[in-house]
Design a protein around this ligand. Structure first.
Ligand code: MG
Ligand code: MG
Length: 264
């Protein structure tokens, strides 16, 4: 069942998303070779608590941390750990905040300096696919239009679109209906209607679309161990427009390695 949000509820979600965007930025400032991923988790956890929120992921079905940190061939749901970041790694940071009863959820994949040019292209094209998806998230379209836009963009480069994990409605629950797959057909799926708030989150692999789950029950890795990229925004749909309610703006101000270019 889709829970439609009032304009006032969307405003609360945006407040939640500002805390989220700034928590991401604090993490972004700390990303460099030698940093342990569990230290990044601590930064986000403290920032969120200090600003009146709670981390949405912590204790969600037993997930242990505020962040999902997924390095290189980990697609999503990696645990923060004692792993120390290395030059040329890519690291996906996914975070959620609950504030005044509403969740926000967004993700960003950072390349460390020295990342391979082909990997940077994967990131840029995945980022582009997110915005192509967002452009389809409007009244009159269906979820399949969003899915198709993401899939058709990245598949032209031979990338694999992960099937097992999808975007989702967000509100009082972290994961609500509808599901928002990153693959699909134009004109199919639920109608996009005013009051819908959902996350679009392409998870795109350099190689095969196939993934495996580790024995920890969470970590999702590419089957061929090639890198994977993940970016996520939430949108709120209104009759006359769609707003991106999460922000990567603070991240992009804070992260020192200005990697996005006209490369793609
Ligand atoms: Mg999500
Ligand atoms: Mg997320």
């Amino acid at each position: 069942m889709i829970h439609f949000k009032s304009a006032q509820e969307v405003e609360v979600i945006k407040e939640s998303a500002v805390i989220l965007g700034k928590a991401h930025a604090e993490v972004a400032k700390a990303i460099k070779p030698g940093v342990k991923t569990k230290d990044l988790d601590k930064i986000a956890d403290e920032y969120i608590h200090d600003h009146g929120g709670t981390p949405s992921f912590k204790n969600y079905h037993g997930f242990p941390s505020a962040l999902c940190i997924s390095v290189n061939d980990v697609v999503v749901h990696g645990f923060p750990s004692g792993y120390e970041l290395r030059e040329s790694d890519i690291i996906s940071v996914d975070c959620g905040v609950k504030y005044k009863g509403f969740h926000s959820d967004s993700a960003y994949t950072y390349p460390l300096e020295g990342a391979d040019e082909e990997v940077l292209k994967l990131l840029e094209r995945t980022y582009e696919s997110l915005f192509l998806g967002i452009a389809q998230a409007k009244v009159g379209n269906r979820i399949g239009d969003v899915s198709f836009a993401v899939q058709s963009h990245v598949e032209q480069f031979g990338y694999g679109v992960v099937r097992e994990l999808v975007g989702h409605g967000v509100g009082k629950d972290l994961h609500e209906d509808p599901e928002v797959p990153n693959y699909g057909k134009r004109g199919k799926g639920p109608k996009i209607m005013p009051g819908m708030v959902f996350a679009i989150e392409p998870m795109i692999n350099m190689g095969t679309k196939n993934v495996v789950q580790e024995k920890d029950g969470w970590t999702i890795r590419t089957k061929d161990r090639k890198p994977s990229a993940h970016f996520e925004h939430m949108v709120a749909v209104f009759e006359d427009r769609t707003e991106i309610v999460t922000t990567h703006e603070y991240i992009e101000e804070s992260y020192k390695f200005k990697w996005r270019s006209k490369r793609a």
